[in-house]
Design a protein around this ligand. Structure first.
Ligand code: ADP
Ligand code: MG
Length: 238
């Protein structure tokens, strides 16, 4: 289990204000909230890229004091997806994830279903495939915690569902925290939801207890939850 209780400021600007939650293996945690609410800052604090005030405990151990190398063995981070710029093969690219930790490239690529494409250039991959390779690079690092920042933001709906299905299955074996911008994917895949606004926790709990009222408070517009055969859809209205 991971327990997080952090505050963070960029200079004078408070980006996280006493953000307090826990995450468990086997339960996919989604972080949602409007632009600028502090979602990416929160992941960067957990990943150790930013130095917050407060505590981050993994199975009772405070990990904030660990060296970057020790921290990298525990926590893997997939930044918000960019597009590949350099002509690495898939295998070379994923190998970068193992520099500090010596994990297995083969196992990571097999886990995301991209082992057959190991010799292809990352420049030739589709957006969905590149996202899988980014996840594989994080898996190769071998951490107990996997952090993902908007893993489906560049993907069309079928690839988004495929990547979310993979993330859901990865969450059985590790603690997974995913920033999601899509509320429908959140309702469909998340087990727990952390709702941020202006750097504060507005709501935290199991997905089935999230209500349209909470979303209205956060986004400032009305929502309706429509229950269908394949799940619940969020319908916004002005
Ligand atoms: P989100 O990911 O929810 O869109 P961010 O965590 O990126 O939000 O940003 C939270 C707040 O911190 C925003 O007000 C943003 O403008 C500010 N912020 C983010 N990065 C920086 C930075 N490098 N320097 C100063 N302010 C920043
Ligand atoms: Mg962000």
């Amino acid at each position: 289990m991971m327990r997080v209780e952090v505050s963070f400021s960029y200079g004078e600007r408070k980006a996280l204000d006493g953000v307090d939650f826990s995450a468990d293996k086997g339960r996919l945690l989604a972080v949602i909230g409007p632009n600028g609410s502090g979602k990416s800052t929160l992941l960067k604090c957990i990943a150790g890229i930013l130095k917050p005030e407060g505590r981050i405990e993994l199975d009772g151990e405070d990990i904030t004091a660990l060296s970057p190398r020790e921290r990298a063995k525990l926590v893997s981070y997939v930044p918000q997806s960019s597009f590949p710029e350099f002509d690495f093969t898939v295998e070379e690219f994923v190998e970068m994830g193992t520099y500090f930790t010596g994990g297995s490239v083969e196992r990571a690529l097999k886990e995301v279903g991209m082992w057959e494409k190991k010799s292809e250039s990352v420049l030739k991959l589709s957006g969905g495939e590149y996202q899988l390779v980014l996840i594989a690079r994080a898996l190769a690092q071998g951490g107990r915690v996997l952090l993902l920042d908007e893993p489906t933001s560049h993907l069309d709906v079928n690839h988004a569902l495929e990547v979310m299905g993979l993330i859901k299955s990865l969450s059985r074996e590790r603690i997974v925290v995913a920033v999601l911008h899509d509320l429908n994917l959140t309702l469909r895949y998340a087990d727990d939801v952390l709702v941020l606004k202006n750097g504060k926790v507005i709501w935290f709990g199991p997905t089935e207890e999230l209500t349209p009222d909470v979303l209205q408070r956060v986004y400032g517009i009305k929502f309706e939850f429509v229950r269908g055969n394949s799940g619940t859809a969020v319908v916004p209205s002005l």
